[in-house]
Each structure stands twice: as structure tokens, then as C-alpha cells.
Write a protein of this length. Structure first.
Length: 156
């Protein structure tokens, strides 16, 4: 009787191994992606809180908040905002670290927003001595606790 040589794998065994390997690679990629998004969202929250702290210090010293124009001015930030880390204005996904050292007037992807108003909710850009309320806003990647935005309001 002739012996059959079974030293190799069948095509079915190879397909099962390939599919299993692809599934594991996809799973690792998917989990890593979720961890990266959570990390960037945590960075957004930290940066907004740090910026809020500086704004509240400015308010206690001056009796008003800076206008959006002032806050977007590098000269103003260097002169008026003590211990302000400029990188707090950068969303973690910002591509150009020099161009995006500004805040937007409305929430945008990859850019923080600073909505500043007078006590009645009107504009205070022409007279920043009237700036008394603000919202600092970061746009999340995806949703966090069913929210698309992280919002910090002025401390009353």
C-alpha cells in the first residue's frame, strides 16, 4: 500500500488562517483608532479648560473678557495673557501650527471657537470693555456622552 504524503495545508485551511489574520488586524486597527480619538478629545477638553483659566484670570484683573479680535492677536496674547500657552489654541488635528493659532467665532471642525458677547447677548467687538459672557467650544470627533461639542462658559 502506498503512503499518502500530508505535509502541506489544504486550500481551506489556508483560507481560514488568512481570514482569521485579517479579522485580527482589523480589530487591532479599530481599537487603536478608538483610543486615538478618545485621546484627542481628552486633549481638546484640557486645552479648553486651560484657556478658560487664563480668560478668568484676565477678567478678574480687567473686569471684562477680551474680544475675539484681541484674543486672536499674538501681540495681545503675549502682552495681556500671563502664562498662556499658545498651543492651547490648536486643535489636536490642526495641520498647520502657525496658521491656526486663532479661535473661530463659531464651532468648526479642527478649530476651537470663542463666542463672546455683552451682557445682553450682543456683539462687543467694537468695545471690548462690554465683553462679559463667552462660550469656549471644541468640536469632538464623533460624539461624547451624546454631545458633538465641548462647551465651557464664563464663570459667573
Amino acid at each position: 500500500m502506498k503512503k499518502i504524503n500530508n505535509n502541506g495545508f489544504t486550500i481551506y485551511e489556508l483560507i481560514v488562517v488568512i481570514i482569521g489574520t485579517c479579522f485580527l488586524a482589523w480589530l487591532v486597527f479599530y481599537v487603536h483608532q478608538g483610543i486615538s480619538i478618545n485621546t484627542r478629545n481628552d486633549q481638546r477638553v484640557t486645552k479648553i479648560k486651560n484657556t478658560q483659566s487664563v480668560l478668568e484670570t484676565y477678567y478678574s484683573k480687567n473686569g471684562h473678557y477680551p474680544s475675539l479680535t484681541d484674543l486672536n492677536s499674538l501681540d495681545f496674547r503675549n502682552k495681556e495673557l500671563v502664562n498662556f500657552n499658545q498651543s492651547n489654541l490648536l486643535d489636536p488635528l490642526s495641520k498647520d501650527s502657525t496658521q491656526n493659532l486663532e479661535l473661530s467665532s463659531m464651532p468648526m471642525k479642527d478649530m476651537f471657537a470663542y463666542e463672546i458677547t455683552d451682557s445682553n447677548g450682543g456683539s462687543c467687538e467694537k468695545d471690548d470693555l462690554l465683553c462679559s459672557k463667552y462660550n469656549l467650544i471644541a468640536t469632538y470627533e464623533g460624539k461624547v456622552n451624546k454631545n458633538s461639542y465641548y462647551i465651557r462658559k464664563n464663570i459667573d
